[in-house]
Design a binder for this molecule. Structure first.
Ligand code: ADP
Ligand code: MG
Length: 721
């Protein structure tokens, strides 16, 4: 009958530096069978551990043949070798190699965790096995709370959890006193008696004498192989012995029944289990991890803070600009010929007679209806004109005489920037005092009928903004005479520029209220009256509005019209809009620079994570070796380290958010008390970005350490002191 384990002509050479090799095993031919308790003895350095590693599938770099349970190890893929270690082999080490941050239960069930076995099943199996080694009461303890003998029993329980066929114990009693050694040996013996193959390396003659067979190795060769004739299977009389249960077979589900085996093979370490393992490990070195998370949080927090500053400044500018403008008014000017940022001072006037204004209205109305579904229509009922005096006239003044009788020596003179036609909408909404001006009566020739004072017989008059009227002495100015004078540079027939003066005298007939910044120094004149005035002076050509104002019923419609105008690329908005646009691009330049600077601190954070995780890999080399010995695949190891990066990322992100909130609070209090404003605005998605960036950074920095961990050679890792 085929033996459980056969080694045929096995040679092992270690590769040394400079292409040299060292041969540790020479032509090993040996067979072992189930039920045997084999002692491997020999001097230190004779090749015992090397042999164990080959049998255990930790090292597949050998020549010759090893057949274990009918499988040729040479022919197994890496994946199959992982499974072989997980299901067929149980390792027990001299230095126990328990994972100190995991409980006894978690240590014992590690191999099941790697197979994604349910928590309930794990606890059930572990309890049974810990009972077999007499440790059921210690299940919740940590390895450091146990004695050496107890630790080794935990290690044996861990080796047994997957019901392996072969137990490999490399000097299991080497670190124990002789009494404890005997107890451990007793357990191993009973495992062998239950039908397993137990191969143990030992230095102790006493230990060797208890085993069923002693194989001696010297300088990589087997020099003797003797059966112990006195070896007795644990007798049936020992039923009263508390360790009797060891003889009992394991529950059916853990045995190598075909069905359960298959399902076990398919399942791997779940993400959740990996995260749980990571949490345990991170908790074990919590100070280090918290400090690191704090460090990263500074970077993340400053990123959030910079984003908040950037949007705070933008918000502040927009709010300020908004407070100076009316959100229900659309300002339309034709773009000038120049590309200057303030093209507003270089308007091309609209030509009323050409029909371009009605065409524009039609286009806007079509867009509003077809694209947006609004019924609102732009028409002369809701529009008024602005005449930008700064662009048309070289000089525009209003002179006002407090006495009412015009005498230039005591007149107050004020420069004005705009003449507006009286907005139809303003008639009810914004006239504070006085009557709406109206068109004066005209004579047969279409000229204004004047009285002896030179004022229109009926109608006429100018309205001013409250700002101007206040400068003229408040409401007392109502009804008093003012003179408006414009100086217009025109080119004469000889090609010379000469100034043409234009002036009109009339009474202040009303006060307009407006908070719009650019509309403070404005005189309002009835549309027809204004046209008449231009005509009377023989300058009807100058009656060309530079701006059209549309009074809309809502901010949405304002936005919709502005959207249309922007798409035509032929019009500009109000000065406020243009200023806001300029400030916004300035603040986004500043904001972007701030964010770039804070990204540099994130780079520092990333380096820190990389270093810490990298060091953690070296610290945990042994643990990684143990994980591999119980069948962890590279993927599993990678997953454990990756989930650690993930946790660090989440933790740092949360800390970063808290950090930024605290700092933002302090900064706003300080700024508010110093300069009266706190330009910090939070957007909810900044937090999502922060967590995202934090996770991304730590995952990226964790990639290299994780793959390094996954690639560690288990034999080397386990050999580490
Ligand atoms: P034992 O377990 O019997 O003390 P080992 O199997 O650990 O001996 O080592 C056998 C021999 O192989 C020793 O001479 C040791 O120095 C050598 N050896 C072990 N591992 C390596 C390695 N990774 N590279 C080179 N030589 C090694
Ligand atoms: Mg050794």
């Amino acid at each position: 009958m085929e033996k459980e384990l056969q080694l045929i002509g096995v040679n092992k050479k270690y590769k040394l530096e400079n292409k040299q090799t060292f041969q540790a095993l020479y032509d090993i031919n040996v067979e072992f069978d189930k039920g045997e308790l084999v002692s491997i003895v020999g001097e230190s350095g004779s090749g015992k551990s090397t042999l164990m590693n080959l049998i255990g599938g930790l090292d597949s770099d050998f020549t010759g043949t090893i057949i274990s349970g009918g499988e040729n190890l040479k022919k197994l893929t890496d994946k199959q070798l992982d499974k072989y270690r997980k299901n067929k082999i149980g390792f027990v080490f001299q230095s126990f190699n328990l994972i100190s941050h995991l409980s006894i239960l978690d240590n014992v069930t590690l191999a099941l965790t790697l197979s994604n076995v349910s928590e309930k099943e794990k606890v059930e199996k572990a309890t049974k096995i810990l009972k077999r080694v007499g440790l059921e009461s210690q299940i919740k303890k940590k390895p450091t709370q146990l004695s050496g003998g107890q630790k080794q029993r935990v290690a044996i329980a861990r080796a047994l959890i997957n019901d392996p066929e072969i137990i490999i114990a490399d000097e299991p009693t080497g670190a124990l006193d002789s009494d404890t050694s005997m107890q451990i040996l007793e357990i191993l013996k009973e495992i062998a008696d239950s039908g397993k193959l137990v191969i143990m390396v030992t230095h102790s003659e006493k230990v060797a004498s208890i085993s069923s067979r002693v194989v001696e190795i010297a300088d990589g060769r087997i020099i003797s192989d003797t059966l112990n004739e006195k070896y007795q299977k644990t007798t049936q009389e020992s039923t009263s012995n508390p360790q009797e249960e060891i003889l009992q077979p394991l529950p059916a589900s853990t045995r190598k029944g075909k069905k359960s085996k298959n399902s076990k093979d398919k399942q791997n370490l779940s993400l959740w289990s990996a995260i749980r393992l990571s949490i345990h490990n991170m908790w074990a070195s919590k100070t280090k991890n918290f400090l690191m998370a704090f460090g990263v949080a500074i970077g993340i927090g400053s990123l959030i803070l910079m984003m908040c500053f950037s949007s705070g400044i933008t918000d502040f500018i927009n709010d300020t600009m908004k407070s100076y403008s009316d959100p229900t008014i659309v300002t339309i000017s034709k773009k000038g010929d120049s590309d200057k940022p303030f093209g507003s001072f270089d308007y091309n006037p609209f030509d009323e007679d050409s029909g371009e204004i009605t065409t524009l209205y039609d286009d806007i109305n079509k867009y509003l209806k077809d694209e947006k579904g609004y019924d609102f229509e732009v028409s002369s009922d809701n529009t008024y004109y602005g005449f930008n005096l700064l662009s048309i006239f070289s000089d525009a003044k209003v002179s006002y005489s407090p006495s009412g009788d015009f005498n230039y020596s005591d007149a107050e003179t004020l420069n004005i920037s705009y003449v507006y036609t009286i907005p139809p909408y303003y008639t009810e909404k914004n006239v504070i005092e006085g009557e709406m001006s109206s068109t004066p009566s005209t004579d047969a020739n279409g000229y204004i009928k004047k009285n002896s004072d030179g004022l229109p017989e009926e109608g006429g008059g100018f309205m001013f903004t409250k700002t101007i009227v206040d400068l003229f002495g408040g409401e007392e100015a109502l009804g008093k005479k003012v003179e408006i004078s414009f100086t217009v540079p025109i080119t004469n027939a000889e090609g010379k520029t000469e100034n043409f003066s234009f002036d009109a005298e009339d009474t202040i007939c009303g006060i307009m209220d407006t908070s719009v910044m650019s509309q403070l120094l404005v005189v309002y004149v009835d549309y027809d009256y204004l046209k008449l005035l231009f005509k009377e002076k023989g300058q009807a050509d100058f009656f060309a509005p530079t701006t059209i104002y549309v009074q809309t019923p809502s901010e949405e419609i304002t936005d919709a019209i502005n959207e249309y105008l922007a798409s035509t690329n032929a019009y500009t908005g109000s000065i406020e809009d243009q200023l806001a646009g300029l400030f916004n691009s300035l603040s986004s330049v500043i904001g972007t620079s701030l964010i770039v600077i804070s990204c540099i601190s994130l780079l520092v954070s990333a380096m820190m994570i990389l270093v810490v995780l990298y060091m953690s890999v070296s610290e945990r080399t042994k643990e990684i070796g143990v994980l591999k010995s119980i069948g962890a695949r590279r993927k599993d190891i990678k997953r454990i380290f990756t989930s650690e990066s993930l946790l660090i990322g989440i933790l740092s992100g949360i800390f970063g958010i808290i950090f930024s909130l605290i700092l933002a609070g302090i900064i706003s209090i300080v700024l508010s008390s110093l300069i009266g404003i706190a330009p910090i605005s939070f957007r909810w998605w900044y937090f999502a970005v922060a967590i995202g960036v934090s996770i991304l950074i730590s995952m990226l920095s964790g990639l290299y350490p994780a793959s390094k961990a996954a690639k560690l050679d288990p034999v080397e890792s386990l050999r580490r002191e």
